[in-house]
Design a protein around this ligand. Sequence first.
Ligand SMILES: Nc1ncnc2c1ncn2[C@@H]1O[C@H](COP(=O)(O)OP(=O)(O)OP(=O)(O)O)[C@@H](O)[C@H]1O
Length: 329
Amino acid sequence: MSHVLEVEDLTVEFRLPEGILRAPDGISFSVGEREVLGIVGESGSGKSVTALSLMGLIPSPPGKVKAAKMEFMGKNLLKEVEEIRGKKISMVFQNPLNSLNPSMKIGAQLIEVLVNHMNMTKPEAKEKSIEIMKNLGIPSPENLMNRYPFEYSGGMRQRIMIAMAMLCNPKLLIADEPTTALDVTIQSQILYMFRELKEEFETSLIFITHDLGVIAQIADRVMVMYAGKQVENASVEDIFKNPKHPYTLGLLDSLPKLIPEKRKQRLLSIQGNVPGLLKPPKGCRFHPRCSKAMKICTEKEPPAFSVGSSTVWCWLYGREVANNEAAGN
Ligand SMILES: Nc1ncnc2c1ncn2[C@@H]1O[C@H](COP(=O)(O)OP(=O)(O)OP(=O)(O)O)[C@@H](O)[C@H]1O
């Protein structure tokens, strides 16, 4: 699969009065054409900062983005993000009210994006906006153009934001917890819309959530983050059927309905809290909460280990590799 996005060793450093906070801290990942990469992890793991860094939206100071590679369709995002943002990469946030202008009619907001970014005339922009909303299954788009955001429910506003993000036909859409504020029925409708959109517009998607249930419905590949680090990167099938990292197992434990009874017995529930990132634990950041932690986990940060088609940052798999090597296999 060819990649639209390749990221190597991405770190965002915040220089704060209390010290330096790094989240994400040295993560690498890629997104293939029409692939949905789900990023999952507890609050504060660095999911949003990762997304904002791809959009060039990290406030500086205090933030500084560093990466060995941050390439989007052959362009260096560290240098050329201004030309790409809002056109070839767009983003949808959790709260559409913060992104929509409350005092402007919806139609005027959509038209403005196309006039400014795509050099369209107003009639062309109006026609295109209506076409995109129709493609996304938004009911009565002509009528909607003459209304204000407050006249619609949260779910409909989020649909409008998705239409707005799709106006310039982006190759990559980043959605940061876009369904978190919505009730479950509306949430599945919006997830369905994202799935359709991928096919309709041939767009790749980065979908950020703290909810593995949502990941199960939308992602092809999953990056699990913990305290600024990635701990596992695997296909959605492997994450659910053959999870590797004790943290992934712990997250799955909170989803009893999706897990066969037998496996549930050996899963761990995650005790404790995500550590403060100003002074993260030495070695593996998850070790203070991990029932399988070994001495090495408290001393040395785990490198990436390939296990089948998954990549996992955990010494449990390093031990296997080390033992195999010692046995001469
Ligand atoms: N502008 C900023 N200045 C200082 N620190 C920041 C800033 N933005 C984020 N951080 C810190 O970076 C870390 C990662 O935050 P981030 O918002 O990416 O987490 P998250 O995984 O998206 O969590 P949530 O699910 O709560 O949004 C947190 O410790 C946060 O306090």
